[in-house]
Ligand binder design. Sequence first.
Ligand code: FAD
Length: 455
Amino acid sequence: MKIVVVGGVAAGASVAARARRLDEFAEIVVLERGHHVSFANCGLPYHVGEVIADRSRLLLQTPESLRESLDIDVRVGHEVLRIDRAAKTVTVREVDGGHSYEEPYDELALCTGAEPLRPPLPGIDLPGVHVLRRIGDMDAIKAQLDAAIALAATGARGPVRTVVIGAGYIGLEMAENLKHRGALVDVVEMSDQILPPLDHEMSVPVEHHLRSRGITLHLSTAAAAFAARPDGGLNVELTDSTVLAADLVILSAGVRPNTTLAKEAGLELGARGGITVDTHMRTSDPHIWAAGDSVETPHTVLPGRWLAPLAGPANREARVAAENICGRSTEYRSTQGTSIVKIFDMVAGGTGATERQLLAAEVPYRAVHVHPSGHAGYYPGTAMMQLKVLFAPDTGRILGAQAAGFDGVDKRLDVLATALRAGQTVYDLEEFELAYAPPFGSAKDPVNMAGFVAS
Ligand code: FAD
């Protein structure tokens, strides 16, 4: 069997590695148009901030390591231009040489991921306007930031000014890391709140925390245009007519699934623009599979199929695709969108549906809010957390949960994500026996408290 994988990052590298573990004789080819495979996208903001000082730590695998350890033929700088479904071949172009060739497959896995949105605004292509998705993006941001910091250190100019467009997870991680490097940071968000994956009241404490750490927030306004300044920087004009000066701009306005190949090959796409797959991660062509940010999957709570550009789902979907390619019958049931972010000293995240999504989908719900401390108040180093659990009024089934606070937020989110996945009710939370000693929690854990309040 010959398996060809398009895209070599989270989903693509996982499909290839899992397939090799299940079939030692298969020929496995990974075609990646970029110059890196299997790198840690999630770590990119932290190298810009020099929290992860060693760039090579982000390169989890190289073409050579995948070839040596797993006998996978990894070709970077090779872009797949089209799929011939009848002939079962892909047309590949060598990005640097321009040479093209046909590569046959028995089974094809599309792991083409997502691309950052670049709204068609005046000046969007100016050199100082960056997106952050790949190693090359990170290198470009860091090089420009380092140069601006070096110039500022000579006293020849004032501090480095940066503008982040979009206050989602990546935007806020970048804001923190730019601040960490000593830059002034303005964050622009078109919604009236930061962190759109959270309900409004859950985002407010994080908003206060960002402001307390010197980040300037501009809510309910958006970037309208970018213009070059005589000093080499940029002016960012907002829809409310504010003009922000910047040495560099980070656009983190969301992503869209990369479906060009699938679309041109006539594969079925879903209502949200992602590739349609069944529970085995098979597309509408029986020999083409897809996984990662480019696919739509059922939501664990909400009706319909959703895009969930997250690393955990990408890896699990890829594993399922590989297992089915190799003859097993494994199912990917749903994505609940569990996500978390660190913002300076705070942590926030959620799982399942938000109240806003339940309202929009007309799913009946009730909500409980509790405000316990992360661990026993008499043991140093704790603070109040906000915990919100959404549940079905008739059965009590957990529909979603969100948390924001300082210590122990990740642990509560993961417990609630597990309960949601297991189909448990808000009343079951009362009975959870969770690990407790004063540095870690309370005898009545915040998760238990949510259950007590609901009942
Ligand atoms: P991608 O990583 O986009 O990889 C797709 C690859 O396919 C690309 O390298 C592309 O070049 C290649 N490709 C596309 N078309 C072709 C073609 N025609 N021919 C050849 N190659 C092609 N998720 C979390 O869960 N937690 C986090 O903390 C988190 N942090 C993140 C931080 C940043 C800065 C970013 C950018 C992402 C973050 N994510 C996070 C999201 C996570 O990284 C993605 O969900 C995951 O990488 C998706 O993997 P993928 O393989 O589907 O797509």
